[in-house]
Design a binder for this molecule. Structure first.
Ligand SMILES: Nc1ncnc2c1ncn2[C@@H]1O[C@H](COP(=O)(O)OP(=O)(O)OP(=O)(O)O)[C@@H](O)[C@H]1O
Length: 644
């Protein structure tokens, strides 16, 4: 286990993937999904039974047509019995039609149930899950595996019942007609099953590998075919390397495809040969029995017809095993995702953050009380099979701790700026306030309430975040801004855009609010994207605002526009601003200077300068770097200390 080995056509088979067993209890877990469709399933079973009975019974009537009608020359019997065969054929066609419709409906219903459930579940996963997971693999679970999983139910219940029942009834009919021929046919069955089993097992392993490779290709495509990925690849002149990287799994899929087809055809050839040989044997044996007077020719014709109806389901039966196994693996892979418990959920009895505080005009304060934090390990938040690289054996060291007993208070309705060197833990603080992560120890409080005692919905409702890389969906500006409040009117949207100082830009666009921003908003400039994100925040109008300011790459006009927008956005709210702009820092009611996960200094701009500590040093270094005027008073348009 675990060591790669060479398979047919030089294919590298990774045993750790292909030898994965279906988890015990998977079938039991599928039942509740099927139970939802019990009425339709019951009808499906009935028509399936009807189909099997007709398959086994009609050759018996055929025997009567020949032996009791044609041979004794009784026309009325021939007419009546032929009509009965025709009627049965029509009934069978109807049964198969109903069967197809029902299994389609049940199958599609299950796909819907599973897809929506997995989507909902994945959305509940913490941010850490998404930082670990390869999107393509996840999408593949939602597409390929969910479809594979529904086959477990339809195949297990309908196809298996149909084939097993048909085999039993056909054999019973055969024994009823001639036990000698029935016995010969029965003896031949294992000859069909042995190759089916051997080939089936190989096909199953290949299918599993194919799924993994499909996921690998989806991941590669989703990473490379977005604006940032495509740009990186172009700028570093890597398109050819990327194409080769893609060709690798694609080549393995090709090799697996060839092997699968060869295996499946070989099995078909063996089955057809065995059927032909057995038919010849039955004609030989049956013919001599007819000549010997054991039975009439009608019985022989019925026996051959039954024989052909026997081996079809027998072949299918071996296929059913492969299909069921493959489908079970898919279910298993879907359950694997569903079993992943979201790390951050509502505690039992979680309360809503009382909104009254803000309605009275007072935004709640934000407090960190001896908060220590380390990012969760992969085992806690994600699945190894959804990650790109193998996990390291050792995940945590003491050095992983990002925040160390951090305590501070961001007073209600005031602006607190966070500055510090890159990697000091500023963004991590922002993540903890919005409960994207939970503190490892200590507590984060909003309005005096530990946020773990509050419902996630009320925390997310109370805290508005604009991150440095403000994300936009590939949709219109209208849809992106209204994401904050779907019931917002056009008037609300325009007001929010005006307040964010972006309305003039939007209204000058030919399509205005209906302009599509492009993948991740790449058709807007950095500054415009930030202001659209601010408009979205203003529309939400949360009492607590966390802002990871965009780096100082903006021109002074955009900078001034954002600054004015910020002033509106932050007024009356409790704001925590990771400051990259000096103007924000100077205006802040309190500046927290962070270093290596701790607050080193705290005070106003003037106080900290007077203290002549880390802040003063950062400040001087930055301005010496900018224009050698460390001792000059600051100009609002210049970058702030802590710019990373
Ligand atoms: N998802 C994550 N998983 C593990 N470690 C992380 C993760 N995100 C950040 N870190 C680590 O946490 C530390 C603090 O990161 P953080 O982003 O909070 O710093 P920062 O002060 O905001 O830096 P910058 O100003 O450069 O954005 C860094 O050492 C970083 O490597």
């Amino acid at each position: 286990m675990g060591s790669p080995r060479m398979g047919p056509v030089g294919l590298r088979l990774d045993d750790s993937i292909t030898d994965q067993k279906v988890t015990p209890g998977t079938v039991r877990r599928i039942l509740p999904y099927a139970a939802r469709y019990r009425r339709q399933l019951a009808v499906l079973m009935l028509v399936t039974i009807l189909d099997s009975v007709i398959t086994a019974a009609s050759p018996l009537i055929l025997k009567m047509v020949i032996d009791d009608g044609i041979l004794p020359r009784r026309l009325s019997v021939v007419v009546w019995l032929s009509s009965a065969i025709a009627a049965l054929a029509v009934a069978d066609a109807l049964a198969i039609y109903v069967q197809t419709r029902l299994s389609g409906r049940i199958g599609e219903g299950l796909i819907y149930d599973l897809r929506t459930k997995v989507f909902r579940h994945v959305q509940r996963q913490p941010l850490a899950f998404f930082t670990r997971t390869q999107t393509g693999s996840l999408v593949s679970r939602l597409n390929t595996d969910v479809v594979g999983a529904q086959q477990a139910v339809t195949t297990l219940l309908a196809q298996t019942t149909s084939t097993v029942l048909t085999v039993i009834l056909v054999l019973a009919s055969m024994f009823y007609l001639s036990w000698q021929i029935a016995l010969v046919s029965l003896v031949m069955i294992p000859l069909f099953l042995v190759p089916a089993k051997l080939i089936g097992r190989r096909l199953q392993r290949l299918t599993r590998q194919m799924m993994q490779l499909d996921a690998e290709m989806s991941s590669l495509m989703s990473e490379r075919f977005n604006v940032s990925g495509a740009m990186l690849s172009k700028l570093y002149g890597r398109p050819e390397d990327e194409a080769q990287a893609f060709a690798k799994p694609a080549g393995r899929v090709r090799a697996i495809g060839v092997i699968s087809v060869v295996y499946a055809r070989t099995f078909g050839i063996i089955a057809a040969l065995l059927t032909a040989l057995t038919t010849a044997l039955v004609y030989g044996l049956g013919g001599s029995l007819v000549i010997g007077g054991a039975f009439k020719v009608g019985t022989l014709v019925a026996m051959v017809t039954l024989l052909l109806r026997l081996y079809g389901p027998v072949n299918q039966l071996s296929g059913v095993q492969i299909n069921v196994m493959t489908a079970l693996i898919s279910f298993d892979r879907v359950f694997e995702v569903l079993d992943l418990q979201p790390l951050i959920t509502d505690r039992p009895g979680a309360r809503h953050l009382p909104e009254a505080a803000y309605e009275n005009g007072i935004a709640p304060s934000v407090e960190f009380d001896r908060v220590s934090f380390r990012y969760p390990s992969a085992a806690q938040v994600s699945l190894a099979s959804l990650e790109a690289a193998p996990r390291p054996a050792k995940e945590h060291t003491d050095d992983d701790q990002v925040l160390h007993e951090l305590s501070f208070r961001a007073p209600a309705g005031r602006l607190t700026a966070l500055v510090g060197l890159s990697g000091a833990g500023k963004t991590t603080v922002a993540h903890l306030v919005s409960r994207l992560y939970d503190a490892t120890s200590g507590s984060v409080r909003i309005g005096g309430h530990d946020i773990r005692d509050l419902t996630l919905q009320s925390v997310r409702g109370a805290v508005g975040v604009v991150s440095q890389d403000a994300h936009m969906f590939h949709d219109t500006i209208r849809a992106n801004v209204a994401y904050a409040r779907s019931d917002a009117t056009d008037h609300d949207l325009v007001e929010a855009c005006r307040a964010a100082r972006i309305w003039d830009t939007i209204s000058a666009l030919p399509d205005g609010l209906d302009t599509v921003v492009g993948e991740r908003g790449h058709r807007l400039s950095g500054g415009e994207r930030q202001r659209v994100a601010l408009a979205r925040l203003l529309l939400k109008s949360p009492p607590v605002v966390v802002l990871d300011e965009a780096t100082a790459h903006l021109d002074s006009e955009s900078e001034a526009a954002i600054q004015r927008a910020l002033r509106t956005a932050l007024s009356g709210r409790t704001s925590l601003v990771i400051a990259h702009r000096l103007s924000t820092v100077i205006e802040a009611d309190q500046i927290l200077v962070m270093e290596a996960g701790r607050v080193r200094e705290c005070g106003t701009h003037d106080e900290l300068l007077a203290e002549d500590g880390l802040y003063a040093k950062l400040y001087r270094t930055q301005f010496a770097g900018q224009n050698g005027a460390a001792d000059r008073p600051a100009h609002p348009a210049r970058p702030a200390p802590g710019t990373s």
